[in-house]
Design a protein around this ligand. Structure first.
Ligand code: FMN
Length: 335
């Protein structure tokens, strides 16, 4: 079974569902000695399988696949309906149909888990909650390392109780969605270094520190504070191999956007993004509502004319983004 200590470079390229973590990016990072990760969230099971095959065709090195655990506390239908109504003026301006709430399903979670048990990959990670003990065992018996995400000491304890091969500790500076297990919870603002020290002192399970990495000095500091590896998302968004939308890539590099904020306006779950007009306009109406709000805003984001109309996920380290092959970005971050 894959061990983090076997990696030549103790850096994990974060899974980034929705397009950025292409098979080309994953294979480039794994080939260069780090660990690439596919984002299996939002994908159909067929697409997930095709991406796995594409990575296998590009590299013999280990890689990971990430899944979204379905919400154990579902959204409130009234809140989601109110948010749909609040989006109407924006939809009209963009010339799209007024958004209507619809049942959002479970992202084909069970089918994807079954696929990964039947045709195992070196590592499977989970975010937004915890898989069942049976799912963890079945994946491990199939030969996969299982990695779970935590944003607080309590979540880390719950992860460790499932005997995973590693736990990702995601700090508040991270780009994209917070991995918090309960969508209704306030997002923790405990700094990553403090979270890491608290957990490192009480487990021998390898810890992967994530959030806000901008330079190799950040990587070194987290490794010396007890992390076995560091997970980086935002800096790979502008790599040559990433599938990041051009408007998102441009926003990260242009200097036009200067600040990141945590917001629920795009998906109903807290996520860190470059602050733009969509966020400012909808902030007062935001509700807890994942995944329904994600699907409500999806046609509006698709119709957006520029970076002010979409979710520009970014961690606080985004100022270090540059356009380069993923292997160069990895080499520059290496401790
Ligand atoms: C565009 C984007 C998409 C993301 N998608 C996922 C995902 O699908 N699954 C997941 O576990 N984490 C996801 N994350 C969070 C990362 O795993 C990681 O915690 C974060 O990128 C680390 O912070 P950084 O972006 O500052 O490096 C995403 C992050 C970004 C920036």
């Amino acid at each position: 079974m894959l061990r983090l200590s076997d990696l030549e470079v103790p850096i994990v390229q974060a899974p980034m569902a929705g397009g950025p973590s292409t098979p080309g990016l994953v294979a480039a990072v794994s080939t260069a000695g780090g660990l690439g990760s596919l984002g299996g969230g939002y994908q159909s099971p067929e697409r997930m399988r095709a991406d796995i095959e594409a990575v296998r065709a590009l590299t013999d090195r280990p890689f990971g696949v990430n899944l979204f655990v379905p919400e154990h506390r579902p959204s409130d239908a009234g809140a989601v309906a109110a948010y749909a109504a609040a989006l109407e003026p924006l939809a009209t301006e963009l010339g799209v149909e007024p958004p209507v709430p619809a049942p959002a399903g479970d992202d084909h979670y069970r089918e994807k888990v079954a696929d990964l048990i039947a045709d195992p990959v070196p590592l499977v990670s989970f975010t937004f909650g915890l898989p069942s003990r049976e799912e963890v065992r079945a994946l491990q018996e199939a030969g996969s390392a299982v990695v779970l995400n935590a944003t607080t000491p309590e979540e880390a304890t719950a992860c460790l109780a499932l005997d995973p091969q590693a736990v990702v500790l995601q700090g508040p500076a991270a780009g994209g969605h917070r991995a918090q297990h309960d969508q209704f919870a306030e997002s923790s603002d405990v700094p990553l270094a403090i979270l890491l020290e608290a957990i490192a002192g009480r487990t021998t399970v390898p810890l992967i520190a994530a959030g806000g990495i901008g330079a190799s000095a950040d990587v070194r500091a987290l490794l010396s504070a007890g992390a076995s590896a560091v997970q980086v998302g935002t800096l790979f968004l502008t790599s040559a191999e990433a599938g990041t939308r051009p408007v998102h890539r441009k926003a990260l590099l242009s200097g036009e956007f200067t600040e990141t904020v945590v917001t629920r306006v795009f998906s109903g779950r807290p996520a860190r993004a470059l602050r733009n007009q969509f966020i400012d306009r909808m902030a007062e109406s935001e509700v807890v509502g994942y995944p329904e709000v994600h699907y409500l805003t999806s046609p509006l984001r698709a119709a957006a004319r520029d970076g002010h109309g979409i979710n520009l996920w970014a961690g606080t380290g985004f100022v270090s983004c540059r356009e380069a092959p993923a292997a160069d970005i990895l080499a520059q971050l290496a401790p």
